[in-house]
Design a protein around this ligand. Structure first.
Ligand code: 2HG
Ligand code: ZN
Length: 461
């Protein structure tokens, strides 16, 4: 980066908020993907929205590409700076600004860690329900920019459902207040929803007002051993009819054995099965617990479920959750090739059979770890590299297969990215889930908010 631009940034944000040392460039230039080498020109850490605005104005004048960065826990390369871009990290905009118990809202800056929002809400007897394994390091701005999902979507929806207001700086350097924290506001196009899931391509999310809700009374967890996909969906149907489910997750025996070995955890059930469902439900009294036992017995008597366990304490529930939540981190050392796909729930049994067949045909010698949010119609398929294959060959082979998976997803009217976003990783697959007209309109929308194309160029579209 040339010295005059560096000096301008130092004037805007103060000298110690502009980083150019090799270590910082390596850390801030990448998310949790491993396919690209970080190579940003600098990292800037503004502390106020005015500073963000001034950085964006400077980037426009100097024709400098900007990659917005939150907690960089993304899995699609949305926060990768590999081509000399300026990383604009929101770490220093980390204040909780207000919690309004009457409105049941929390207002915070974009760099607040998701878990801090959950804890702050809890201290005020309220609940922020969006939850996933990386809440301890992801930032709320990144959650909004990628419309993060996670483990409670079946009951509480995605991040989008909890955003009441956004303050953004557009790619053109304008500050916009979107929706003002209102529940009801029918005044035309709702730009808030354009920014949610826009992956940093339209503007920088600087602050947000989030809706909070009543905390759930108690939550219990059941892990069930099941031998086939159809039975998993039948069990979902049966439990949905009887209990207020907050999660319905699944993982394969291979996923379980990897987590148990890596995290030194013991088996949840005495009998092994091909798959396991982890379900969670809210309950106010013992009758729901009795219902859980009855539903289990019904499924067991029908031959749908082989074995099961119900948590009786919070710590038992937490231990069971680790079997599911620790899968992604456990596998990360093997640098797996990831698929994050979805179809409508009713199509899941057929779709899974078809994916399974495709995987068997195309990956005869690869280990495939199946898991995901099956209650939301969302599968995570992690393909593991055999030791004797080079990383390049492995990734090329997987990229070829992912085209077949995308074709299959398209034939079911599903999504090539259920919750991880498009970023760099899925860009070439976007047309399997969005029409040419839609993609053209997306480009035109980007042009409106970011006329010089400085924001996250090359991502999403
Ligand atoms: C999960 O559900 C995350 O655990 C990560 O979305 C999934 O790493 C993955 O493929
Ligand atoms: Zn997931």
């Amino acid at each position: 980066m040339n010295n005059s631009v560096l000096q301008q940034l130092r004037n805007i944000c103060s000298a110690n908020c502009v980083l150019t040392d090799t270590e910082s460039l390596q850390i801030y230039g990448v998310d949790r993907t491993t396919l690209w080498q970080p190579a940003p020109c600098a990292v800037v850490l503004p502390e106020t929205i005015e500073e963000v605005q001034a950085v964006i104005q400077c980037a426009n004048t100097e024709n400098l590409a900007v990659v917005p960065a939150g907690g960089r826990t993304g899995l699609s390369g949305g926060a990768v700076a590999k081509d000399g871009e300026l990383v604009l990290a929101l770490d220093r905009m980390n204040k909780i600004l207000d919690l309004n118990p009457v409105d049941r809202t929390i207002r915070c800056e974009a760099g607040v860690i998701t878990q801090q929002i959950q804890e702050y809400a809890e201290q005020h007897s309220l609940f922020y329900p969006v939850d996933f394994a990386s809440v301890g390091s992801s930032q709320i701005g990144g959650n909004i920019a990628t419309n993060a999902g996670g483990i409670n979507v079946i009951r509480y929806g995605m991040t989008r459902d909890w955003v009441l207001g956004l303050t953004v700086v557009t790619g053109a350097g304008e500050i916009l207040e979107l929706n003002r924290g209102l529940i009801k506001n029918n005044t035309g196009y709702d730009f808030r929803h354009l920014f949610i899931g826009s992956e940093g391509t339209l503007g920088i999310i600087c602050a947000a007002t989030l809706r909070l809700t009543q905390p759930p009374a108690n939550r219990s967890v059941q892990v069930l051993g099941i031998n086939n996909f159809q039975a998993i969906m039948d069990v979902l149907h049966i439990y949905n009819g009887g209990l207020p489910l907050t999660a319905f997750e699944f993982f394969s025996d291979l996923a379980l054995s990897k987590v148990m070995a890596h995290k030194k955890l013991s088996a949840p059930l005495s009998v092994r099965s091909s798959y396991y469902v982890l379900l969670e439900f809210e309950h106010n009294d013992d009758s729901d617990l009795a219902t859980a036992v009855e539903l289990f017995e019904q499924c067991h008597n029908n031959g749908l479920v082989v074995d099961g366990v119900l948590s009786l304490t919070l710590s038992q529930a937490q231990n069971l959750w680790r079997l599911r939540e620790d899968i992604s981190e456990t596998l990360s050392f093997a640098k797996p090739y990831k698929n994050d796909i979805s179809v409508r729930i009713s199509q899941m049994p057929d779709f899974i059979r078809a994916v399974d067949l495709l995987a068997e045909q195309n990956y005869p010698d690869f280990e495939i770890v199946w898991y995901g949010h099956i209650g939301d119609g969302n599968l995570h398929l992690n393909v593991l590299k055999p030791d004797d294959l080079s990383v390049e060959e492995f990734n090329q082979q997987c990229a070829r297969v992912s085209i077949h998976i995308a074709e299959l997803v398209a034939s079911y009217g599903g999504s090539i990215s259920a919750e991880h976003g498009v970023g760099l990783l899925k860009k070439h697959l976007l047309h399997y889930s969005r029409s040419d007209t839609e993609i053209t309109l997306m480009r035109q929308v980007k042009q409106l908010f970011d006329p010089n194309g400085i924001l996250n160029p090359g991502k999403l579209i």
